[in-house]
Design a protein around this ligand. Structure first.
Ligand code: HEC
Length: 118
């Protein structure tokens, strides 16, 4: 059974994050207008682990902040889930490896989420 009292509190948390994140980015150097708009699109389904580790180079909108090679909006067309997981673990091409920083379950979550981006 779903707990009906849980839903409003989750909503509240999401609303808090949506409000708190752009303000935090402003404090961290939000003079870049691209980063402000990046928080509009795609913010709702972006995993927290991606926000914490990946948006500095890939952006919340996944369009990439370091040129086309960092655009992940359609990465599921190019790479399988396993290939994405390998890229996250090993890095390469200017991307740092995350094998020591993230748990396997977090890498799996990211790979599953990204491989659905088509
Ligand atoms: C310091 C910048 C940086 C960070 C942080 C970073 N990446 Fe990357 N990422 C890159 C670059 C640069 C490339 C392109 C590599 C290449 O051309 O071989 C890339 C490539 C990728 C690719 C392959 C895209 C393709 O089409 O080949 C995936 C998937 C990816 N990154 C996922 C992630 C995830 C998930 C995270 C967070 C856990 C992350 N990246 C963090 C810089 C970064």
């Amino acid at each position: 059974m779903t707990n009906p009292t849980l839903i409003p509190s989750v909503r509240g948390t999401i609303r808090f994050l949506l409000l708190a994140f752009p303000s935090a980015m402003l404090l961290l150097g939000g003079h870049d207008p691209a980063s402000a708009s990046a928080f509009g699109a795609g913010a709702s389904d972006t995993p927290q682990v991606f926000r914490s580790n990946c948006i500095s180079c890939h952006g919340t909108d996944l369009k990439g902040r370091m040129g086309d090679s960092t655009n992940l909006t359609k990465v599921g067309n190019r790479m399988s889930k396993a290939q994405i997981a390998a890229q996250i673990k090993q890095g390469g091409g200017g991307m740092p490896p995350f094998s020591g920083k993230l748990q396997d379950s977090q890498i799996e979550e990211l790979a599953a989420w990204l491989s659905a981006k088509k």
